[in-house]
Design a protein around this ligand. Structure first.
Ligand code: ADP
Length: 245
């Protein structure tokens, strides 16, 4: 019946939302646990303070996710604004480093010029965490990740290149499909790249992939450069509100 159909559509939407939230939380909790063990191991107070600052910053991103969940729709709470993608990647780099852990070497090369883009900054950051988590999972025995942020014609190109397991053509073909995962139960939801892809296309950009089994993967997020100078140079409002204690 019509009512049953509506119900199953609603359940599907709820399931998708829950899966996305679980995915974001897993990434964030991984970062927090990494910082916590570093704080445990820290010999001097300054090093411990830096780890605590990392925990605070990761927790703030988690709070953005719950805020969205409370509003019951990511779309409703979306805050599209102009920000500098180069600065945003520079800001989140320590968190990415933490996500990779000790086994993975990370090299970031970020253009010095401002690269203004227009989308929700919190979603952009969560997308980077997703891409980075995939790179980490592709290198169970460690490896190297390169992060490049540069202008490419009328776009900003953010490229994450790993030296991991790579993907055969049939996986590349399905990697953006919602719920497609090759990971073991409990380790993958298949939501990360579907969300990244949606975010990029809705911002007028694209996601490109170059991958080879046994050699690694390069994932490139292309976002249109906007002409306007960044209107917001500080944290977006969602985070600013959360910073007030
Ligand atoms: P999940 O990470 O939960 O599996 P994603 O949508 O993020 O979901 O990724 C879908 C699939 O794409 C992964 O299960 C994996 O097979 C493949 N994939 C994504 N990124 C990489 C990568 N950097 N290297 C190898 N495979 C990848």
């Amino acid at each position: 019946s019509q009512a049953q159909l509506l119900h199953s559509q609603k359940m599907e939407a709820v399931g998708r939302l829950a899966g996305g939230v679980a995915h974001d939380f897993n990434n964030i909790l991984g970062v927090i646990l990494g910082y916590a063990s570093r704080a445990d191991a820290a010999l001097d107070p300054d090093a411990a303070d830096a780890s605590l600052a990392g925990i605070r910053s990761a927790a703030q991103r988690g709070a953005v996710v719950t805020r969205r969940l409370l509003s019951l729709s990511r779309d409703e709470a979306r805050e599209v604004a102009v920000f500098d993608a180069a600065a945003a990647v520079r800001d989140i780099a320590p968190m990415l480093r933490q996500l990779f852990g000790q086994q993975v070497q990370m090299a970031a090369h970020v253009a010095a010029e401002p690269l203004p883009v227009r989308l929700d900054r919190a979603e952009f950051e969560l997308a980077l965490l997703n891409i980075a988590a995939n790179a980490r999972d592709a290198m169970p025995d460690g490896g190297t990740v390169r992060i490049n942020v540069e202008r490419q014609h009328g776009s900003v190109a953010i490229t994450v290149t790993d030296s991991g397991v790579g993907m055969p053509p049939d996986v590349i073909e399905r990697m953006f499909d919602p719920f497609f995962t090759t990971k073991a139960r409990g380790h993958g939801t298949g939501i990360g790249l579907a969300v990244v892809h949606r975010l990029a296309t809705e911002a007028g950009g694209a996601v490109r992939v170059d991958s080879e089994p046994g050699r690694g993967t390069a994932l490139r997020l292309l976002l249109p450069l906007v002409d306007a100078p960044p209107a917001v140079t500080t944290r977006p409002a969602t985070l600013r509100v959360l910073l007030v204690e």
